[in-house]
Ligand binder design. Structure first.
Ligand code: AMP
Length: 214
């Protein structure tokens, strides 16, 4: 099962993607996580990506598309995967469609987690991440057991640079301009499904499993 998560930054698609990955036993491929891992490891890709990420801009397609296309051809992707944060532009989507066509494959579901901008801004200001293990929390909706401390590894939680208020605004502008057109793109491809992302985490996940089946 090949799944794409669509939705604004902060719509909760990352959290849902992890739950999908666990339930269906398919890898969760997050471009944001790949870039952050590269930044942490001090790679050339990380250095280049950080310049854009810190400004709320998209990393250029040339640095992104091959990375994902190659990742989806690894052996653990044989039974499918859930792509989180990719594609984010029409050219990225076209490259993915083309790469899949060459392998005789296609995207099965493009899940659009729909949340209005006002809710997004409220949510993102409360988001915290663990720089050690990558776990994400929210001070209101998914608080860790102990404030400021990661439940999973005990790391100290931080606010990501790209969750700072000015950057959030910029990321939403970029989303509307460059990523929202993907909703029409996948509608035309016949695999778009809309999910109401304003509901609780569990309710959204239940809606998703009803779509994906058992
Ligand atoms: P995310 O964790 O998915 O919200 O991604 C964090 C940041 O990584 C984004 O704001 C972009 O700067 C960059 N990024 C992630 N995925 C992509 C992509 N598919 N294309 C371009 N930039 C991306």
């Amino acid at each position: 099962m090949k799944i794409i998560m669509l939705g604004a930054p902060g719509a909760g698609k990352g959290t849902q993607a992890i739950k999908i990955s666990e339930k269906y036993g398919i890898p969760h491929i997050s471009t944001g996580d790949i870039f952050r891992a590269n930044i942490k490891a001090g790679t050339e890709l990380g250095r280049k990506a950080k310049e854009y990420m810190d400004q709320g801009l998209l990393v250029p397609d040339a640095l992104t598309t091959d990375l994902v296309v190659n990742r989806t051809s690894e052996p653990d992707c044989e039974n499918g995967y859930v792509l989180d944060g990719f594609p984010r532009t029409i050219p990225q989507a076209e490259c993915l469609t083309e790469a899949l066509e060459k392998r005789g494959e296609k995207v099965d579901f493009a899940l659009n987690v729909d949340v209005p901008d006002e809710n997004i801004i409220r949510r993102m200001s409360g988001r915290r991440v663990c720089p050690k293990c990558g776990a994400t929390y929210h001070v209101v909706y998914a608080a860790p057991e102990k404030e400021g401390v990661c439940d999973r590894c005990g790391g100290e939680l931080i606010i990501r640079d790209d969750d700072l208020p000015e950057t959030v605004k910029k990321r939403l502008d970029v989303y509307h301009e460059q990523t929202q057109p993907l909703i029409d793109y996948y509608e035309n491809e016949g695999c778009l499904v809309n999910v109401d992302g304003t509901k609780s985490l569990d309710e959204v996940f239940t809606a998703i499993t009803e779509i994906l089946g058992d």
